[in-house]
Design a protein around this ligand. Structure first.
Ligand SMILES: Cc1cc2nc3c(=O)[nH]c(=O)nc-3n(C[C@H](O)[C@H](O)[C@H](O)COP(=O)(O)OP(=O)(O)OC[C@H]3O[C@@H](n4cnc5c(N)ncnc54)[C@H](O)[C@@H]3O)c2cc1C
Length: 441
């Protein structure tokens, strides 16, 4: 029976990041991944004949743990990303609202965006955002639990944000970033996501991937681990954890094959983690909060087009439509396509059980409202449902997230839902993996 120092269940960014850290500590690592490719929610793959990504992803310039992981395995950020110093908000058929968000890389655009009047936001509207943001960041630091009891709509109301500023700025940001309407979005999560950017404002900008994320990022990380003696099994689901004499001793596959290790890191989604932990720890008090932490879905839709839908590949929010955030990606992530839209839909629950044909109809109607005529250009499309993949970011749930070190011998958790300050992001997943690896002496 093979014996390892550490078994990691799941080869998403959390599992891969733990894998790199432990390999650097000379641990003998086995990573077991249920899907045929590594990357989890950042994977790219072929779905019934069409190359797709698990979901439209953007790298935020202030990330530090993800770039550090990439450096360790020899990936240069500028080789896999292209940089955007502005985003677009489309509210009607007219030209988009352009928001500069890179104070160093797009100085003029950012200053004009903050200080100028526009047809959508007057200076008065912009000024109404100041007390909202100042109090938000203060509460984020001083009373996080209180802040997590508010949704973003109520918090904006409390601080006198004008309805136009709310509609044209807060709604696109909340729906665009975590695909939730503002009345379901925790104010703590909203401010918490921007907070790490404040001391690193000079790094603010957005990175778009130059290729599928498995291909340019996750597979090279996995290859690095394997080259240094780690083992990675894909297409292999862990059925259960071996719990013997109050210690986790490894995992079981296909109800019969056992792999043993001194430590097991469960680096799956919250949904899978609950499934693996409940048989042994259903009644254990330490696990009760995480068992109560609700799940949240996401739905992504990708359309292959005969020509680009938009003149630029740029992150776009469309607050009056189901297109929470999207981008044309034929010059960036999907360069083999003539035109490619990758869209995250809101609210996800509406689309989860919908036939893709029907979803496409709704997307086409909404796209027309913001001046994108897709009808004559569509070649192919796929809907990718993440039914159980996120922990809930609604108010009141942050306190239910578990830390990585469990009280059970040999058992450690990782994954974006575990406690770390970057919420459900690539940075959060990577940092959770680093924290999990630190639990192992
Ligand atoms: C549509 C979408 C858009 C996103 N946009 C952004 C963005 O713009 N910026 C950003 O920073 N983040 C974004 N994210 C979030 C980011 O992708 C996630 O936070 C991160 O990838 C989570 O990594 P993880 O390792 O925690 O989990 P996952 O990537 O979900 O990895 C868990 C892995 O465990 C495997 N697994 C589960 N059960 C088992 C089992 N029993 N046996 C073996 N393997 C198992 C799964 O197959 C999976 O590969 C987005 C996510 C989605 C879905």
């Amino acid at each position: 029976m093979p014996k390892f120092d550490v078994i990691i269940v799941g080869a998403g960014l959390a599992g891969l990041s733990a894998g790199v850290e432990l390999t650097l500590k000379n641990k003998k690592v086995l990573i077991i991944e249920a899907e045929p490719v590594v990357g989890g929610r950042t994977s790219s793959y072929n779905l019934d004949g069409m190359d797709v990504e698990s979901g439209f992803h953007r790298y935020i310039g202030y990330y530090s743990h993800l770039p550090s992981l990439l450096r360790k395995v020899g990936i240069k950020l500028d080789d896999i990303l292209t940089w955007e110093d502005k985003i677009h908000v489309r509210v009607d058929e007219k030209h988009p609202i352009e928001l500069g968000l890179a104070p160093v890389f797009g100085i003029i655009k950012t200053i004009k965006g903050v200080l100028g009047n526009s047809e959508y936001l007057t200076i008065k509207d912009k000024l109404s955002l100041i007390p909202f943001f100042v109090s938000g960041f203060k509460d984020y630091l001083k009373s996080p639990e209180d802040l997590d009891s508010f949704n973003i709509r109520d918090y904006a109301k409390k601080h006198g944000v004008t309805s136009r500023a709310f509609h044209y700025l807060i709604v696109p940001l909340s729906a665009g970033i975590f695909f939730l309407p503002p009345d379901r979005y925790s104010a703590y999560v909203f401010f918490g996501l921007f907070a790490p950017g404040i001391p690193k404002f000079y790094k603010l900008r957005i990175g778009a991937y130059l290729g599928g994320m498995t291909e340019v990022m996750c597979k090279p990380i996995a290859d690095w681990i394997e080259k240094r003696g780690g083992m990675i099994m894909t297409g292999t689901k862990v059925d259960s954890l071996q719990y013997v004499e109050e210690k986790i001793k490894g995992v079981t596959l296909n109800e019969k094959i056992n792999y043993e290790a001194d430590y097991t890191i469960v680096a799956t989604t919250l949904h899978s983690a609950k499934h693996l932990l409940k048989p042994n720890f259903e009644e254990h008090s330490w696990f009760q909060p995480m068992f109560k932490l609700p799940l949240m879905p996401a739905v992504c839709f990708q359309i292959d087009l005969a020509e680009p839908a938009l003149p630029l590949d740029i992150t776009t929010f469309a607050p009056n439509t189901c297109l929470a955030s999207f981008a044309e990606q034929s010059r960036t992530t999907f360069r083999e396509s003539n035109g490619r839209l990758s869209i995250i839909l809101t609210p996800p629950e509406k689309f989860l059980k919908m036939e893709p044909e029907k979803t496409l109809e709704i997307i086409m109607e909404d796209a027309a409202k913001i001046g994108m005529d897709l009808k004559t250009k569509i070649l192919d499309y796929r809907q990718i449902n993440h039914v159980y993949d996120f922990h809930s970011l609604e108010p009141g749930h942050q306190k239910l997230r578990p830390i990585q070190q469990t009280p059970i011998k040999g058992l450690i958790l990782a994954g974006d839902y575990t406690k770390q300050p970057f919420f459900a992001t690539m940075e959060g997943a990577v940092y959770s993996g680093i924290k999990a690896a630190k639990c192992i002496p």
